[in-house]
Design a protein around this ligand. Structure first.
Ligand SMILES: Nc1nc2c(ncn2[C@@H]2O[C@H](COP(=O)(O)OP(=O)(O)OP(=O)(O)O)[C@@H](O)[C@H]2O)c(=O)[nH]1
Length: 372
């Protein structure tokens, strides 16, 4: 039988808004000669990430994007994942690496399992699973449980913490992101918090401005059958100027052997998070032009008042549509403008038991414009 090269797959996971798409965009820019296929999965019904990555690709024929809105990649009810992967396998001569961005509410296990099914196992091999962490949120206890009361807020915190911990648990590599304003002590504390939650993580990497050296992200071969027990070493990026974490020595010596696959009992795990009906996403639209500062403050107020974890989309100002990104109460109005002119603002909201009418009313009141 003719030998067929297995195509390596990297899964990029991480909680809502941790910076997966931004990180992938920067990886694409540093791809050099690698030919990439990207599968982008979002929880919301409107694909924002796919559009942003498409902008980064800018017509590069060696990078192909496959968009999966609706957030349910790799579940039984997703009929596109296996055919898409098979089509990628069909053009294997032109694909060096597959990157899969899961939705911020997904565990990577569903994808990991599917890679082992008969339809895909002969063509793909898991390279590594990366979990991207919003480090400032980790440091401000936003992924901690609220043990103080049996309240709706505690339920949100509990659901967030569970998901966050499990994303870390299944990761080979944890990427500390959004660290541009953090000092060494803060980084060490963040490392400790990750290790407390996920002692088996093999690598911890630092992404300044959502940039990761591509050699630390792709081609890690952490799941190759030929791997035998060995020590890992952390090698600082040459010339990057990035400080190393003081305790990187502890990253060495995490022993694994044989197949080196995850021993997390994948088949027994119920992927309940994406099926947890508490997590909701909806889109609100407005036809009236918005004011930048007003909409920004309004979104911050909504995030303070309601269980809103993420919002993103394009806002129509007087003469153009501009990207808006909200991660909890941190809202930024970007410099990116929509490629296609739009006659309305369109925002995706994601939250836990988030009420659409309440958000629409609040946003309408705070902006003095109709949102529905
Ligand atoms: N300051 C700073 N902001 C960042 C960094 N990485 C990402 N962001 C911002 O964080 C927000 C969310 O980034 P995304 O890349 O869309 O996050 P995501 O994980 O893909 O989000 P979801 O797909 O919705 O889960 C955006 O406003 C980014 O500009 C970083 O390293 N530093």
């Amino acid at each position: 039988m003719e030998y067929q090269r297995m195509i390596p797959v990297t899964i990029v996971t991480g909680f809502l808004g941790s910076g997966k798409t931004t990180l992938l965009s920067s990886l694409i820019k540093s791809r050099q000669t690698r030919r990439l296929a990207l599968l982008i999965n979002e929880f919301g019904e409107v694909s924002i990430d796919g559009a942003l990555i498409n902008d980064s690709v800018g017509g590069d024929e060696h990078v192909r994007i496959h968009d999966f809105p609706y957030g349910l990649i790799a579940y039984g009810d997703d009929e596109h994942f296996i055919p898409t992967m098979q089509a990628i396998a069909g053009r294997r001569a032109n694909v060096d690496h597959v990157l899969i961005e899961t939705s911020g509410l997904a565990l990577p296990t569903a994808v990991m399992e599917l890679l082992q099914t008969p339809e895909l196992a002969g063509d793909f091999i898991l390279d590594a699973t990366l979990a991207v962490v919003d480090t400032p949120l980790l440091l401000s206890d936003q992924f901690d449980r609220d043990l103080s009361a049996d309240s709706p807020q505690a339920a949100v915190a509990d659901s967030v913490a569970t998901l966050f911990e499990q994303q870390l648990e299944y990761a080979d590599v944890v990427v500390l992101n959004k660290i541009d304003a953090l000092d060494e002590d803060a980084l060490l504390l963040a490392e400790q918090r990750v290790r407390d939650r996920a002692p088996n993580v093999r690598f911890l990497e630092l992404a300044y401005n959502a940039q990761l050296d591509i050699r630390l992200a792709l081609g890690l071969r952490l799941h190759q059958p030929t791997f035998t027990t060995h020590n890992h070493r952390f090698t600082p990026i040459p010339g990057s100027g990035a400080p190393t974490l003081g305790s990187h020595a502890r990253l060495n010596g995490h022993a694994h052997s044989g197949l080196a696959g995850h021993s997390h009992g994948l088949t027994t795990h119920k992927h309940f998070h994406e099926q947890d009906p508490g997590w909701l996403s909806f889109v609100l639209r407005s036809q009236e032009p918005q004011q930048a500062e007003t909409i920004k403050q309004a979104l911050i107020e909504v995030a303070k008042a309601e269980p809103l974890l993420r919002c993103k989309g394009f806002i129509l100002f007087a003469d153009q549509s501009v990207l808006v990104q909200g991660v909890r109460t941190r809202v930024t109005i970007g410099s990116d403008t929509a490629k296609q002119s739009s006659k309305e603002s369109e925002l995706v909201f994601i939250g836990y038991h988030l009420n659409r009418n309440t958000v629409a009313e609040l946003l309408s009141k705070l902006t003095g414009t109709a949102w529905k």
